[in-house]
Write a protein that binds this ligand. Structure first.
Ligand SMILES: *Cc1c(COP(=O)(O)O)cnc(C)c1O
Length: 355
């Protein structure tokens, strides 16, 4: 292993690469990781010198607070390679800002911006062979922060670990998904942590989502916890509804995750002359719109899939099928996003970030 220091990062390079053993055409999402990972520990009230080391398991005291109280936050972002071999990120500062918003809500220390950007770009340069060119190929990037104090008292930790791991990803066309609208369970509550990418938000969805899956639905669309009437978002995606030619999505609140894809889709739709309304939208409204034929599309939006079209939804044991339409907003907007992400189209909002 060769050891050297770049700026403020201590780097230990792997002698070997695992890349030759990877079948990039048959990747199972999130199971294969690149050769290196980024680590930075928070001790004595400050972030220590960050490191990049070979990807490997780590040891941790069984009493580490993350295991007991779920004091953990994460991000999800992607890197793309263009046809000239240049690697790009998409709005990475938004992910940086959001992980610190999540961290603050979970009583965790904020991570410094220069460490985040420098750590991320250094890691991506070292593992750039893992970012495959071609639309649909990407490298999924998972920054996260966990509470590491070895003490099981229910109070915030004084030690933390920030890490970044990366997994190559291929966008398979999974077909349209069918969703169940939540009537009993809730993802988040007023004053809660729904707006944060807090680990526990996802664990709490697994059980109700598995019940929906048993009924033949891939995902749940969550509604407000008080009335189950206002449509909010899906498990890891914000949701858009097209009624006639207007695109509607719920306004942000402390129950809703402020998605980078959501924000970008709203902008791209407006750029392309599509009317967008950010306002509360109810189950009653979409059921009526479906019955009178004005509900044209529903789609989810998030980094992992960009846009995931929805073909049907069920509410109160009543099933609603969506029409198949030509030149859907879902297809048009997804293509525009991918073209910007892969450096195939002009980037008039300055969203691309060269690694
Ligand atoms: C991550 C996430 C999204 C999508 O956010 P992007 O920044 O677009 O990836 C939407 N909803 C939830 C609950 C999420 O965790």
């Amino acid at each position: 292993m060769t050891k050297h220091t770049s700026h403020e990062i201590d780097i230990v390079k792997s002698d070997t690469t695992k890349i030759d053993a990877v079948d990039f055409d048959n990747l199972i999402f999130g199971r294969t990781f690149t050769d290196h990972m980024f680590i930075c520990d928070y001790e004595n009230d400050e972030w220590q010198t960050p490191k990049i080391i070979p990807y490997q398991p780590m040891t941790m005291d069984p009493s580490a607070r993350v295991f007991h109280y779920g004091q953990a936050v994460f991000e999800g972002m992607k890197a793309y390679k263009d046809d000239d071999g240049k690697v790009w990120l998409f709005r990475p500062e938004d992910n940086f800002n959001r992980i610190n918003k999540s961290a603050a809500r979970l009583a965790m220390p904020e991570f410094p911006k220069d460490y985040f950007m420098e750590g991320l770009t250094t890691l991506l340069k070292m593992d750039s062979a893992w970012v495959k060119p071609g639309k649909g190929n990407s490298l999924y990037i998972r920054p996260f922060i966990i509470a590491t104090d070895p003490a099981i008292s229910a109070s915030p930790s004084s030690n933390y670990r920030f890490m970044i791991i990366c997994a190559p990803a291929k966008a398979y066309y999974t077909g349209k998904i069918r969703v169940l609208i939540a009537e009993e369970y809730s993802r988040s509550a007023n004053g809660g942590v729904g707006f944060a990418k807090a680990a526990g938000n996802y664990a709490a969805q697994f059980y109700p989502t598995s019940l929906a899956q048993k009924k033949g639905f891939q995902q749940v669309i969550w509604t407000d916890a008080d009335t189950h009437e206002r449509l909010e978002e899906a498990g890891t995606m914000n949701v858009f509804f097209r009624i006639n030619d207007t695109l509607i999505t719920a306004p942000l609140s402390d129950r809703i995750l402020d998605g980078v894809t959501r924000r970008s889709i709203i902008q791209l739709a407006e750029d392309n002359g599509i009317e967008v309304q950010v306002r509360p939208i109810t189950v009653t409204e979409i059921k009526e719109a479906s019955k009178n034929g004005s509900l044209k599309e529903i789609f989810g939006a998030g980094t992992a899939v960009v846009i995931s079209p929805i073909s049907a939804f069920e509410h109160a044991e009543e099933l609603f099928e969506l029409p198949t339409i030509e030149n859907s907003y879902a297809d048009t907007l997804k293509d525009k996003m991918l073209n910007i992400q892969h450096n195939l189209d002009a980037d008039k909002h300055g969203w691309r970030y060269k690694v």
